[in-house]
Design a protein around this ligand. Structure first.
Ligand SMILES: Cc1ncc(COP(=O)(O)O)c(C=O)c1O
Length: 375
């Protein structure tokens, strides 16, 4: 049996979590949270990140920080997870769905400007499959029209765009450390604050609207209510798990890239025969081996392949139902014509099993099965 995902947990994760327990300092912003911040500085050069309870809540924090008002419009790709849109819809902002590029399946930056109205406040980009979206073009449009850019980098920890790290490409970057992501704390996330002027308010919003973090920093001796906010900080027990994963940063990255590269090399012969389409990696991007997608010629072919792989004990996954054509999207009045490329690719894409502890033999077995089924 080859599952879709398997968390990579070693004695190091177990000992770090046990150590956090022994320290008897289990709420948020404890010693392991601080160690995680140091690691992010050391490994990715990221200075201002706040751990959150999920990628979802990192996106929600960003939506609070940009002061969205009811009726504001937000441009967002439809080919994403519900959290990207929920984050601003909880502020009563309205999604304006933008179609995706055929190569990276990221927001099509050439289609953004036509969607801008007087109500547009922000563009939420998604670094799908760990491939960063076209940040330079998007930021230029945002600057011209006075829009915020929120980068949903949930899948892209460690990827880069023209030498800049995913998460640092917009005003705010949102990471996920969910069990299915490259570096995990079970459930968790991180908000990267790229403009230091938002740090103080972000700290307050994350701590139920209080300046409690200033007490921890020794800047004041009591804390009180300053702003709206919620409980966005995770337990230090979870931070301990993430710390261990970051200690294994290079190992995890190399193992995932090994599987990705096996898929890419071995499925090429099927791509050459046009039996499937492989991911296209632009030259200015480096990726983190988060996900390997293939696009099948038809929806029927994709669904058949999923079923046949499952019979063989291999669990592949159909990715997202595009938001505009999902039940809520339809209820809100969007229709399949809103984003034709998204609609088409959404029905034909298949995500293959990929996790750090997947062996080369297992990856090769998946390729062999796919070849047998498609030929
Ligand atoms: C693109 C994208 N955004 C947001 C999220 C939400 O992250 P989390 O599960 O940590 O809340 C995910 C998780 O699957 C995701 O893939």
């Amino acid at each position: 049996m080859i599952p879709f995902n398997k968390p990579s947990i070693t004695d190091l994760e177990i000992s770090c979590v046990a150590d956090a327990m022994k320290l008897r300092r289990t709420s948020g912003d404890g010693p392991y949270t601080m160690k995680v911040y140091e690691k992010f500085k050391e490994i990715l050069g990221i200075e201002n990140m706040l751990l959150t309870t999920s990628g979802t809540t990192a996106l929600e924090m960003a939506s609070l920080l940009i002061d969205l008002e009811p009726g504001d419009e937000v441009i967002v790709p439809s080919f994403t997870f519900s959290s990207t849109a929920n984050a601003f819809m909880l502020r009563r902002a309205k999604p304006v769905f933008c179609d995706i590029r055929k190569d990276t399946m990221n927001i099509d930056e050439t289609k953004i400007e036509a969607l801008i109205t007087k109500k547009t406040t922000a563009v939420y980009t998604v670094d799908y499959a760990g491939f960063p979206a076209e940040a330079d073009a998007i930021n230029e449009i945002a600057k011209k029209h006075g829009l915020f850019v929120i980068e949903d980098a949930a899948q892209a920890v460690g990827s880069s765009y023209k030498g800049r790290k995913a998460g640092t490409l917009g005003d705010f970057g949102c990471y996920s450390f969910h069990e299915t992501k490259n570096y995990s704390m079970g459930e968790g996330g991180g908000l990267v604050i790229n403009d230091p002027k938002y740090i103080d308010r972000a700290e307050i919003i994350r701590e139920k609207g209080t300046n409690r973090r200033q007490v921890l920093k020794g800047m004041t001796d009591k804390y009180t209510w300053h702003d709206i906010g919620s409980s966005f900080l995770p337990s230090d027990l979870l931070a301990a798990m993430l710390y261990a994963q970051l200690e294994r940063y290079d190992e995890i990255m190399a193992k995932r890239l090994n599987v990705w590269n096996i898929y890419h090399a071995q499925l090429k012969e099927l791509a050459d025969k046009e039996l499937l389409k492989q991911p296209v990696l632009p030259e200015h991007i480096t990726h983190n081996g988060h996900m390997y997608n293939i696009i099948l010629p038809t929806a029927k072919c994709r669904d058949n392949l999923v079923a046949r792989l499952k019979e063989a004990g291999i669990y592949a996954y159909i990715c997202y139902v595009p938001l505009h054509s999902a039940p809520l999207g339809r209820k809100l009045g969007y229709n399949p014509e809103t984003c034709p490329v998204t609609e088409d690719y959404g029905q034909r894409v298949l995500r293959l099993p990929l996790y750090a502890d997947m062996t080369s033999t297992e990856a090769e077995l998946v390729c062999e099965k796919i070849k047998k089924i498609l030929k």
